[in-house]
Design a protein around this ligand. Structure first.
Ligand code: VG1
Ligand code: CO
Length: 544
């Protein structure tokens, strides 16, 4: 088999963001765009000869095209074996598990996660390392540098692989194994949770709706919830992955899952509602009459994890991304375990998990996970919730209220301003950064006094690396907090995220409307940053 070395011109915009390189499908369809990026990844790795690579994606439009290219380039670069999910499908957490389980060198995860798909939608490629987690910045920086100067890529002139048949095929000197995307992951879940207890709960009439949003978790949820756990057929809705997510937006929040939310607020609705995103790593949790904010969910899962067999011995520590509320910090304090605050994005949890310093991690953006893989994991969070409900024999609402009475409540919301002009957004952040030094000590209405104001720098306690400029934090003396940062996953203009948090003590008021409870902070950030005046928006595009 002759290896073809194809001349190419570099692109200047292949800089991986929070989670891989996300671009419009139109951008990815430019000549050699995929080839350049994948070759740049392989050029940045040492020792791939003869190694195993995992490839899979969320099934979105262009998934199949990119996988065929990736297989040929992997073969031409000397990989010995690739493992590909049947149909090109692997949820992000399943890909992470497969990498770990089969001792692969790394993996390519093809997804733009919660971003819409289709010819006019988004596509993405992310490289994960041998621990199963997203490549650290050291590697993504190297890939970007390489992509700016790349002159050629290597590939083979071979026909397309049949992605739909389980078994082994040969591409050049490389074996391509098409594997069941669900089986290994489902087996892993079985080792972590008390499936008998959950099965018993379904058998006694517990009702749940799981919205797979026409995205990748459909096959996983059908197999695990309806198959292994005996939930009635119809528990999983929108369970067939579609290349366009049925023209929807696979982001499991109260905007895109409004119908399910409303159903859970009715007396005849199910007991429990959950959803996951495009690539299966996020989760939405709603109980009867109770939406659980992701930050609260992280704290609750950490406080109750010992009720599931996989965590019976207790957890070593908790990590949360900086904008995530401090609800989990109170749990860590009570348990007397380590607590870490990291920048946004799962890649920053990898070292802490590998070092055994934390067991559970989470982000306010509906991502929670544990040391079972190195990605956040939507179905894992749903199953841990189910395990807790089965053991505690209480509803979600009762469990949440009890938690607040013990730890206090962190009122929390995020306001997103999407597709803002990039120059306006950057100036806004720069100007606010310029004010930070003068902010401590300032007092606003309601006795809100600023205690500190900075741009977050993370020092990784495991490898000593630092990551600067990870988001502006304004903290108040009563524990309230405002965080402001620009998204690293958007593909058009800039997305400005404003995170707001206020703490209410265990004996305080826990029944306030979240937006009203946070109104003073919303007013303060408006007065400091002038978001509405500068962006011309009268309100956020999305409130979560
Ligand atoms: C967003 C979230 C972040 C998450 C990232 C990837 O990043 O805020 O918490 O880790 O998406 O999740 P950003 O930079 O846009 O704020 V996923 O499910 O899109 O892979
Ligand atoms: Co995702």
């Amino acid at each position: 088999m002759t290896i073809l070395t194809v001349k190419t011109n570099p692109y200047s915009d292949q800089k991986p963001g929070t989670s891989g390189l996300r671009k419009r499908v139109k951008a990815y369809s430019q000549p050699n765009y995929v080839e350049n990026f994948i070759q740049s990844i392989f050029d940045s790795l040492d020792g791939i000869e003869g190694q195993t690579l995992v490839i899979g994606g969320d099934g979105r439009f262009y998934n199949d095209v990119a996988i065929q290219k990736a297989i040929r380039i992997a073969a031409a670069n000397g990989f010995g074996r690739v493992l590909v999910g049947r149909g090109g499908i692997l949820s992000t957490p399943a890909a992470s598990h497969i990498i770990r389980h089969y001792g692969a060198f790394g993996g390519l995860v093809l997804s733009a996660s919660h971003n819409p798909g289709g010819p006019d939608g988004d596509f993405g490629i992310k490289y994960n390392i041998g621990n199963g987690g997203p490549a650290p910045e050291k590697i993504t920086d190297a890939v970007f540098e390489r992509s700016k100067v790349i002159e050629s890529y290597r590939t083979l002139d071979t026909p397309d692989i049949d992605l739909d048949t389980i078994g082994t095929q040969q591409v050049g000197g490389m074996a391509v194994e098409i594997i069941d995307p669900v089986a290994d992951y489902a087996a892993l879940m079985q080792t972590l949770f008390d499936f008998d207890a959950i099965r018993g709960m379904f058998a006694s009439g517990f009702r749940m709706t799981f919205d797979a949003m026409h995205a990748v978790t459909g096959p996983y949820a059908h197999a695990i919830l309806e198959g292994m756990l005996g939930a009635p057929k119809g528990t999983v809705i929108n369970g067939v992955p579609s290349p366009t997510f049925n023209h929807g937006h696979p982001d499991p929040n109260l905007v895109y899952c409004k119908e399910m939310h409303d159903l859970l607020m009715t007396p005849d609705g199910p007991d429990f509602g959950a959803a996951s995103d495009g690539d299966g790593d996020r989760n939405l949790i709603i109980g009867k009459n109770r939406f659980v904010t992701p930050s609260d969910s992280l704290a609750l899962l950490a406080a109750n994890a010992h009720l599931a067999p996989g965590y019976r011995g207790g957890i070593a520590g908790i990590a949360r991304s900086m904008p995530t509320s401090a609800a989990a910090d109170r749990v860590a304090e009570k348990l007397g375990i380590e607590m870490h605050e990291t920048p946004t994005g799962w890649k920053f949890f990898g070292n802490l998990l590998d070092a055994g310093r934390v067991t559970i991690c989470g982000e306010e953006s509906a991502g929670t996970g544990s040391n079972h893989v190195r990605e956040k994991d939507g179905l894992w969070a749903v199953l841990l919730w189910l395990n807790i409900l089965a053991v505690r024999k209480q509803g979600v609402d009762a469990i949440v209220r009890e938690h607040w009475r013990l730890y206090g409540r962190n009122y929390y919301t995020r306001h997103d301003y999407e597709e803002v002009d990039a120059a306006i957004a950057n100036n806004l952040v720069d100007d606010l950064r310029g004010q930070l030094a003068a902010l401590p000590g300032r007092v606003f209405e309601d006795d809100l006094q600023i205690a500190y104001a900075d741009d977050f720098t993370y020092l990784d306690p495991v490898d000593g690396s630092t990551s600067a400029r990870q988001g502006i934090r304004i903290g108040f003396t009563d524990g309230s907090r405002i965080v402001l940062r620009l998204s690293g996953t958007g593909t058009v203009g800039a997305t400005l995220r404003v995170y707001l948090e206020r703490y209410e003590a265990p004996d305080g008021r826990h029944d306030l409307d979240t937006q009203l409870a946070l109104e003073p902070l919303i007013g303060i950030i408006e007065s400091l940053a002038g978001i509405r005046a500068r962006t011309g928006r009268s309100e956020p595009s999305v409130i979560t």
